[in-house]
Design a protein around this ligand. Structure first.
Ligand code: ZN
Length: 170
């Protein structure tokens, strides 16, 4: 299973045709939805209804949140920063993390303090089925995500500047 996942991830990386563009809110991004549905088929073959989730890129730049899952709205949002070349190999495990939230739903354990334990035992057990989760957490912990955020910003700033120069030369 681990081997399959890696191959599939590579295929997806090589076949992605274009960078994410701003689209209408609440409609899925084709690339993200493909990754999402492949994960669903592999890890939750019985949960067909997860296919109807809307999976899209965040509209605003992110700093701390890689992705989020809105169970009631059935929507997953992914930071655009994850499309940076150094980060895109983590899109699948990030989506898988959110998929575990979607699979468990709102019926999570409540802590003694009355808080919902979104990352409780059941969640960790499900999450551990994806082979890339430990490496992804290490990548986040050791500054990989922070670096992706910086390079995304630099790229955007550069793009803005080159556009301005172009406008002037007209
Ligand atoms: Zn989570």
């Amino acid at each position: 299973m681990a081997r399959l996942t890696i191959i599939r991830q590579l295929e997806l990386l090589f076949s992605r045709p274009e960078p994410p563009r701003r689209r209408r809110v609440f409609s899925s991004d084709e690339f993200l939805l493909t990754v999402w549905r492949n994960l669903r088929r592999e890890f939750f073959p019985e949960l067909h209804d997860l296919d109807s989730y809307v999976v899209s890129w965040a509209t605003r730049p992110q700093k701390r949140v890689l992705a989020s899952c809105n169970i009631r709205a059935r929507r997953v949002t992914v930071a655009r920063e994850l499309f940076e070349p150094s980060a895109s190999c983590w899109i699948a495990p990030v989506l898988y993390h959110e998929m575990c939230h979607a699979a468990i739903g709102e019926s999570v354990q409540i802590s003694r303090g009355g808080k919902r334990m979104w990352h409780g035992h059941e969640f960790r057990r499900l999450e551990a089925r994806h082979p890339d989760i430990p490496a992804m957490n290490r990548w986040i912990r050791t500054g990989g995500w922070a670096m992706a955020v910086r390079s995304y910003r630099a790229r955007r700033a550069w793009r803005g500047r080159s556009r301005a120069i172009h406008t002037v030369s007209l």
